[in-house]
Design a protein around this ligand. Structure first.
Ligand SMILES: Cc1ncc(COP(=O)(O)O)c(C=O)c1O
Length: 376
């Protein structure tokens, strides 16, 4: 078949399956969809702080772009400073910044597990980890979601060094991983635990630093991923762990090596946000109250959500068309709520993914629940 005809056919099929995707800018709607949990992306004080950091940045040849990959011309002092800060903040020996969380997961899984090794992953892990695993020469197997017992049972199939990967807070369900149980299984079998903290950073933990928030938990992980596009309100991601790990990534991780480094503005925003994170008590208190209020009102109104205490709350509405229709209805009432359709989630578990923030008002949450009430 001619190429254009193939592309058109595939797109038509997407439309027929109720899964057409398009880019939308929902300017005036109330934000119940972004990952800006603490409002850092809209915080003008943080912008000023970032500008101050940028002013003191010691490289006048690089005030706009990074000029190259980090191994060629793209390395500059702010990188070293921010990586040191992040490593120490997360109780790790070393941190390495990637251009995004997607890149970091590709970068880790494509090069750290070796041929003959095994990756055991929670069935609900993020697409970026799946894509990293696809690039790996190791074998991979899924364990049942949040089921440490099933994970342990997979040892009979495991070969070589074994990597266990989970998200501390699941991006599409908002539930938490049984971290202590995963650690126990990994310790017992001498397996390497890898935790993606994308949706826990800023929402949980001592100093709002995520669920792995002390030295003993940190030491139990081989590697952790922190993304900056969510509660940090910026862009990029870091893998934290040992110096040996980050040295290896610098030498072998293609998504790290073969791309232009982040610009100084991005690093300054990350630094400003990290410095403020432990002080963001007001934001984290507001977020906590909003999560509690949302859950109470949902219960009162007998609207079922997935089991989650995090900022991510989901209402299952099976069927791409049905969930899409409901999202559009809520958007028409002024709420920015997006449908999560299959194949992003499993067929039959399509959902509305509602993200709560520190800056949502009580009235906005009450109005949203009233609007949902009319739809079910
Ligand atoms: C669990 C998880 N890991 C990684 C990523 C990728 O991060 P980024 O958006 O920085 O590419 C996401 C983004 O949605 C995520 O939810």
């Amino acid at each position: 078949m001619e190429l254009n005809a193939i592309l058109q056919y595939q797109l038509l099929k997407r439309k027929e399956e109720g899964n057409w995707r398009e880019l939308k800018y929902n300017k005036d709607l109330i934000d119940f969809s972004s990952n800006d949990y603490l409002g850092f992306a809209r915080n003008s004080n943080l912008k000023l702080k970032a500008q101050e950091i940028l002013k003191n940045h010691e490289d006048s040849n690089r005030i706009n772009g990074a000029t190259g990959s980090r191994l060629i011309s793209g390395q500059y002092p702010l990188y070293e400073k921010v990586e040191k800060y992040i490593a120490s903040f997360h109780h790790a020996e070393s941190a390495l910044i990637f251009n995004s969380g997607y890149n970091a997961n590709l970068g880790f899984f494509s090069c750290i597990p070796q041929k003959g090794d095994t990756i055991l992953f929670d069935r609900l892990i993020h697409a970026s980890i799946h894509d990293g695993i696809r690039l790996s020469k190791a074998q991979a197997m899924a364990f049942k979601h949040n089921n440490a017992k099933h994970l342990n049972e997979l040892k009979e199939y495991a070969t070589g060094n074994v990597f266990v990967v989970a998200e501390s807070i699941y991006s599409m369900d908002g539930d938490a991983a049984p971290i202590e149980e995963l650690i126990k299984v990994c310790k017992k079998n001498a397996w390497y635990l890898v935790i993606d903290e994308a949706h826990a950073l800023g929402v949980y933990g001592n100093k709002n630093g995520g669920l792995i928030d002390n030295k003993s938990l940190a030491d139990a992980c081989f590697a952790r991923l922190y993304t900056f596009g969510k509660a940090i309100g910026a862009h990029g991601a870091a893998i934290v762990g040992s110096k040996l790990l980050t040295d290896y990534l610098i030498n072998f991780s293609r998504p790290f090596i073969y791309t232009t480094a982040l610009p100084p503005e991005a690093l300054a925003s990350i630094q400003a946000a990290y410095q403020y994170l432990p002080l963001a008590n007001e934001e984290s208190e507001c977020l906590r109250k909003n999560i509690q209020l949302f859950k109470e009102l949902m219960l009162q109104n007998q609207i079922t959500t997935t089991e989650s205490n995090s900022a991510i709350q989901c209402m299952l509405i099976p069927g791409n068309e049905q969930v899409n229709r409901t999202a559009i209805q809520l958007q028409s009432k002024g709420f920015d709520i997006r449908a999560i359709r299959s194949p992003t989630v499993k067929k039959g578990s399509e959902r509305l993914r509602i993200c709560l923030h520190s800056f949502n008002s009580e009235e906005e949450i009450k109005n949203l629940i009233n609007a949902c009430n009319g739809l079910f």
